[in-house]
Design a protein around this ligand. Structure first.
Ligand SMILES: [Zn+2]
Length: 235
């Protein structure tokens, strides 16, 4: 299987990085596609320099998970909505031919995240239609899509993936995003080591999800209706 995670910024993969590490370990392939390189996520470093830093951090983070990485090079905090983004994702589907897609729920709060989730979801059908012509051939069948993030609709997860054995890889991968969580995060909140406290908070969150699923640690998803549930595909 090829699992493709579609996010907006380097570090968005953290929602599902344990799942990525787990299935790569089982012999599957994974690619992380982010719509931007996160070029506005710092108080001091200029955008051009930040792009390079965050590209490097993301490359290291993906390597720890065993995933490849790809960027669509849209501008951070200015991801387009509608057809432009959807068509970009149509070609991602056609190029990468995913069996499973992990992305933001289209009703999450932050606009870049919401736009990516909606475009990733909408592009799936379009990418499968041979008469929707782009430079690449149609990709069929449509992959199964699983959403992460907290939708404002209050919809609850229906699919839990046991990542107990992959928490170390998940945290080690997250630690690579130094420009975000050691530097930028600290300026939000100047009490001690921000990244370490964030890791504590995440550890608690994924342990709570694990408790709901009856395992040590878990990641949670909402399956797009009409598709097979992840546990049928991701045993
Ligand atoms: Zn983000």
């Amino acid at each position: 299987m090829h699992i493709v995670l579609m996010g907006a910024h380097p570090d968005d993969e953290t929602f599902a990085s344990g799942t990525i590490a787990k299935y790569v370990d089982r012999g599957h392939r994974a690619t992380i596609v982010h719509a931007t390189r996160g070029d506005k996520g710092h108080w001091e470093i200029p955008g051009e320099e930040l792009r390079k830093i965050r590209t490097g951090e993301m490359t290291k983070a993906a390597k720890i998970l065993g995933a490849k990485v790809m960027f669509l090079d849209f501008e951070d905090a200015n991801v387009p909505q509608g057809d432009v983004l959807r068509e970009a994702f149509v070609d991602v589907y056609r190029k990468l031919k995913p069996d499973i897609v992990l992305s933001f729920h289209p009703l999450v709060g932050r606009d870049d995240h919401r736009r990516v989730g909606k475009a990733a979801s909408d592009a799936s059908l379009k990418a499968s239609l041979p008469l929707h012509v782009t430079d690449l051939p149609a990709h069929r069948p449509e992959p199964s899509i699983y959403f992460f993030g907290k939708p404002i609709s209050g919809q609850k997860p229906d699919t839990y993936i046991d990542i107990t054995d992959y928490m170390d890889a998940k945290i080690e991968s997250f630690r690579q995003h130094v420009s975000q969580w050691q530097e930028w995060g600290k300026s939000h909140d100047d009490q001690g080591d921000f990244m370490e406290r964030l890791i504590e908070r995440y550890t608690h969150r994924f342990r709570e999800l694990g408790r709901k699923a009856g395992v040590g640690y878990a990641e949670a998803f909402i399956g797009k209706s009409g598709r097979k549930y992840a546990h049928e595909l991701l045993p």
